[in-house]
Design a protein around this ligand. Structure first.
Ligand code: IDP
Ligand code: MG
Length: 140
């Protein structure tokens, strides 16, 4: 059965653009409830651990320097079928192919600076939530 939470980060470039408010508005208007929220500067160690699955990819070093180039906003979102529905709202990894009405179509700069992160499975939603939030920071 599909779970009802997912984890997102608004990435540094979208923060610099001042797009965080508009992205959170899109998230809420799409029916997600924000049950945890914080602004945070990720360390290199944080980013390397969060993106460990990509450590052998050619874009890894660029991704780590980008994700530590300024603060992010981390949030936990609640909705039925949250992971799949949020990936749809996010749009494709490469914004060039993202549909109209998606967060990445509206706010991404390129494939690395693609505005926001979204978990890709229920298991990863739980792991990523626990990475950024203590239990008492989640308001359900
Ligand atoms: P996702 O964010 O859509 O789940 P992943 O494949 O998990 O995409 O990649 C994680 C992040 O790594 C992407 O959001 C993007 O910032 C960066 N990335 C992925 N593929 C590329 C690439 O081909 N070139 C540069 N950066 C990439
Ligand atoms: Mg991913």
């Amino acid at each position: 059965m599909a779970g009802n939470i997912t984890f997102t980060m608004i990435k540094p470039e979208a923060m610099r653009k001042g797009a965080a408010g508009a992205i959170l508005k899109m998230i809420q208007e799409a029916g997600f409830e924000i049950i945890a929220l914080k602004m945070k500067q990720m360390s290199t160690k944080d980013a390397e651990e969060f993106y460990a699955v990509h450590k052998d990819r050619p874009f890894f070093d660029g991704l780590i320097s980008f994700m530590t180039s300024g603060p992010i906003i981390a949030a936990v979102l609640k909705k039925e079928n949250a992971v799949e529905d949020y990936r749809k709202l996010l749009g494709t990894t490469n914004p060039e192919t993202a549909d109209e009405g998606t967060i990445r179509k509206a706010f991404a700069t390129n494939v690395t600076m693609n505005a926001a992160h979204g978990s890709d499975s229920d298991d990863n939603a739980a792991i990523e939530t626990a990475f950024h939030f203590d239990k008492n920071e989640i308001i359900e």
